[in-house]
Design a protein around this ligand. Structure first.
Ligand SMILES: C[S@@+](CC[C@H](N)C(=O)[O-])C[C@H]1O[C@@H](n2cnc3c(N)ncnc32)[C@H](O)[C@@H]1O
Length: 232
């Protein structure tokens, strides 16, 4: 994360900012928070840094232990900054969690969203892109709602072979003015993760018409397929 922040610092922290509001999705144990905090202290000490975060709640009994990382020391020390939604699960695949994050972060109020969602696919590595697609889609939708017009989204993806990912990239492409896909040097070569940096929301698009969630995914896909047929 630090490598991305430093490399794209002028994109992420524009010169006119006086405060920097971050939302970290799928964030336990919390290294992206520490990374951004360190970066802002090094790069722009005068900026007021505020942050919120969300993730699967490691203490919630409905969350399977294999889906979470067991390190909770950042959450414990900064509990008031974390949003787990009305059922306390923190599950971003539930619309109630998405709505809770949206109302606490505020529509159009966030400078930077980081989204690092992943699910353990060691038992089915060939399914990783497909299994994580609804989570990445939820992260993208939520970012589109809460980011301000000059905001950035740093979104982790894995491989880009399946139409679900291509469709999400299409949505990102029409929603942001700039889209960068990068593989940081510090990211293990054997890990298929890549990061998208998306800069500045497209002001012509209106995201205020109610927040869909991942159950809308099939409908979104069919719209994308129709759209891509039209532009080819
Ligand atoms: C790679 S880790 C994030 C690491 C974090 N960015 C850091 O640097 O410390 C992926 C996170 O996604 C979370 N996650 C997986 N499925 C989720 C879901 N349905 N809702 C919310 N978070 C989820 C996991 O609990 C895990 O904390």
């Amino acid at each position: 994360m630090y490598e991305i922040l430093w490399r794209y610092r002028e994109e992420i922290v524009s010169a006119d900012l006086t405060s920097f509001s971050a939302l970290h999705l799928c964030e336990a144990p919390g290294a992206f928070i520490s990374s951004l905090n360190h970066f802002l202290h090094e790069y722009r000490q005068t900026l007021r840094h505020e942050w919120l975060a969300s993730t699967l709640n490691p203490w919630h009994e409905s969350n399977r232990s294999g889906t979470m990382l067991s390190d909770d020391h950042v959450i414990t020390a900064t509990y008031r900054n974390w949003i787990f939604g009305p059922d306390d699960s923190g599950n971003l695949l539930r619309s109630s969690t998405m709505n809770a994050i949206e109302s606490r972060a505020g529509v159009g109020r966030v400078t930077c969203v980081t989204a690092d969602g992943s699910i353990d696919c060691s038992a089915c590595p060939e399914q990783q892109e497909h299994v994580t697609a609804p989570l990445h889609f939820s992260e993208l939708l939520l970012a589109l709602r809460v980011l301000d017009q000059g905001g950035s989204l740093i979104l982790k993806l894995f491989t880009i072979f399946e139409h679900v990912t291509v469709n999400s990239l299409l949505l990102a492409r029409v929603s942001f003015h700039r889209l960068i896909v990068c593989k940081p040097v510090a990211s293990k070569a054997g890990n298929s993760e890549v990061f998208q940096l998306q800069k500045t929301k497209n002001e012509e698009l209106n995201y205020s018409a109610g927040l869909p969630y991942w159950a809308e995914f099939p409908r979104f896909e069919s719209i994308c397929v129709r759209y891509s047929h039209n532009i080819h």
